[in-house]
Design a protein around this ligand. Structure first.
Ligand code: HEM
Length: 364
């Protein structure tokens, strides 16, 4: 995380928000159920619980990362209503989308796929796989239980989702499609553009999709969803002693869309992984068949990125412009899923079943 000098302000209302619990919610050491955090993101430093209720009524200031003072959340002061919409409260995204020359929009998006840019060179000369990952990650936060997350709203543009480790380097994907959004905005929302990019990518690489709908809205501010109890990315404290995932969460790790690719808590156990995948994808509203189709289908395309950090930039926390192309490190895992990464094939499944797989440590 960058050096924080940003002021975060929280209010007494947020700090004294009533606690609530869900069946299956994990217990803390004190035996109390975890409270869902108030309007703030759980990734922001939270207020120490104050003993006196008067203390809780006093708004405070902190400088994030430089102080342990309580957080002051401005959320309750924000009017989260359509009158705040910069496009006006009567703006209708579906009607605006219907006015687009959609064939032209699709042609423009398709042209981006093979127009490799110096700032982020395309693997195999095609941005398709990156755009599929963009689409999937915009959708994959959805949870059926409370309807939060998902593509609608285009939330990946905002904190905290923009900073999630699982969304690493998807800022580049958004930059690449930005000229198309700029050309058609607001008829084409960011939320629609991120979904459309994946659809066009799949078609261009040989897969016939069912089609894509439009009219998703763009939120104009971060939606402060409860993403979990952990205060650090990649932590997972959301399973109870019986292995039940705390409701209403769907993802198993803070900052990942669904599961840890290295296995539950980094343990490479295929059966435990399958169980976690069934739980997390089930919470997104998918059955086993749909889950397999999505994961195997998605991983027909593209590659993982785990190149060693370039010598030019030894600090792993610093932004490193040289870490691109063959030097990209996104997940830390390295290698293509199939021998034909920009072609629709059945090779992912063929490879999976044809060979015995050995666990190895990659260069990243
Ligand atoms: C259990 C579920 C899944 C896990 C653990 C997982 C994990 C990963 C990982 C670790 C990468 C490498 C990222 C990088 O280093 O660049 C990746 C890439 C990718 N994933 Fe998944 N994924 C899952 C599900 C899906 C689904 C459902 C889709 C699409 C429907 C998908 C599409 C892709 C694509 C296209 C890439 C390649 C991106 C590129 O070439 O830049 N994944 N996935």
């Amino acid at each position: 995380m960058m050096k924080m000098t940003r002021l975060i302000i929280t209010s007494a209302i947020a700090m004294s928000a009533p606690s609530f619990s869900y069946p299956g919610m994990a217990k803390s050491e004190s035996g109390k159920t975890h409270n869902a955090p108030p309007a703030t993101s759980s990734m922001m430093p939270q207020a120490e619980s104050a003993d006196s209720s008067i203390d809780q009524m006093i708004p405070r200031l902190i400088v994030e990362g430089e102080s342990n003072l309580p957080v002051v959340d401005m959320g309750p002061l924000r009017k989260n209503e359509s009158s705040e919409n910069p496009l006006g409260s009567n703006f209708n995204y579906a009607q605006a989308f219907a006015k687009l020359d959609f064939e032209q929009v699709k042609a423009d998006m398709k042209a981006v796929l093979t127009d490799s840019k110096e700032f982020w060179p395309a693997d195999y000369g095609h941005y398709g796989p990156l755009f599929i990952r963009l689409s999937w990650h915009s959708a994959g936060t959805y949870r059926a239980i409370d309807g939060r997350g998902g593509s609608d709203g285009g939330q990946m543009r905002f904190y905290p989702l923009a900073q999630w480790p699982d969304n690493a380097n998807l800022d580049k994907a958004r930059l690449l499609i930005q000229p198309v959004v700029d050309k058609y905005y607001p008829n084409l929302s960011w939320a629609d553009a991120m979904v459309l990019a994946g659809d066009i990518a799949m078609r261009d690489m040989g897969f016939e999709t069912l089609g894509v709908a439009g009219g998703r809205i763009d939120d104009w501010a971060p939606d402060m969803v409860y993403w979990g109890p952990e205060d650090e990315f990649l932590k997972s404290e959301r399973f109870d002693e019986n292995g039940n995932l705390m409701l209403p969460l769907a993802a198993s790790v803070m900052g990942l869309i669904y599961v840890n690719p290295e296995g539950p808590d980094g343990k490479p156990d295929p059966l435990l992984s399958a169980e976690r995948i069934r739980t997390t994808f089930g919470r997104m509203g998918m059955n086993d068949e749909e889950t397999v189709a999505l994961i195997a289908g998605g991983h027909t395309f593209g590659k993982t990125h785990g190149a060693p950090r370039p010598k030019e930039c030894p600090d792993p926390k610093a932004n490193c412009p040289a870490a691109k192309g063959p030097k990209t490190n996104t997940s830390g895992i390295e290698g293509p899923w199939t021998p034909k990464p920009i072609e629709w094939t059945h090779e992912y499944l063929t490879n999976l079943f044809k060979y015995d797989w050995k666990l190895t440590k990659g260069p990243g």
